[in-house]
Design a protein around this ligand. Structure first.
Ligand code: AMP
Length: 205
């Protein structure tokens, strides 16, 4: 039995065609159900649908053999116990610092609002800048507008969300895309089976 962990939304939508090309498809009735463990066309492959940040956790602990997670999520998780095997080149965007235009960011301690606490801390530490992190779970763009922070660290795709909130992208922290990860123990114990699927998925990218 192989279990693949996917996250709801963009990653699920963009991973399904890749899996299908590789020979793994999920019947529409399964996708439309409220089930969290979905059957596929292959009897011994199941798909579990999780919150994005839970995907590396399930794979790390072996509750899923494979997972598809954004590089942003993997950087925050630390990716202990998982191998990052393939860049699937989907759900591409950029992890960026953004702020109001002409905002003075040369302060002794910058207030940074973000969901990406670890990545933000590492980035500003490398820049030699001291920061105070304000952890938010969404609507980061609001923080500088209401004076909660000096800047934000968030994902930027088209840049429309920043523009709509009078923010400008300033610094690139990391290019982001979805990665295929595998539990490191499963990679050894189920090597033949796993390698076979990796090859098929790689060919579908
Ligand atoms: P955009 O307006 O196209 O720049 O998209 C920015 C908004 O979408 C922000 O709220 C981001 O958190 C979110 N976003 C953009 N790209 C992604 C992605 N690949 N995965 C998850 N969220 C994203």
């Amino acid at each position: 039995m192989l279990t693949i962990a996917l996250s709801k939304g963009r990653i699920l939508d963009q991973t399904l065609p890749l899996l299908e090309k590789a020979g793994i498809s999920i019947p529409k009735s399964e996708l439309e159900s409220r089930k969290l463990i979905l059957d596929t066309n292959i009897a011994d492959i199941k798909v579990i649908v999780l919150r994005a940040s839970d995907v590396p956790v399930f794979v790390q602990h072996g509750a899923a053999d494979f997972g598809v997670a954004g590089k942003d999520v993997l950087m925050e998780h630390g990716a202990d116990g998982v191998f990052e095997l393939l860049d699937l080149e989907i759900s591409k965007c950029k992890l960026m610092v953004a702020a109001e235009k002409n905002k003075n960011l040369n302060k002794s301690t910058l207030k940074v609002a973000t969901k990406y606490v670890k990545s933000a801390k590492e980035y500003f530490y490398q820049q030699g800048k001291q920061i105070e992190v304000i952890k938010l779970y969404g609507a980061m763009e609001l923080a500088p507008i209401v004076g909660l922070s000096d800047c934000i660290v968030d994902l930027v795709d088209t840049g429309n969300t920043l523009k709509a909130n009078n923010l400008v992208p300033l610094e690139l922290i990391h290019e982001i895309s979805s990665r295929l990860i595998v539990n490191s123990a499963a990679f050894n114990t189920k090597h033949a089976e796993i390698s076979d699927w990796i090859q098929k998925i790689e060919q579908s990218i």
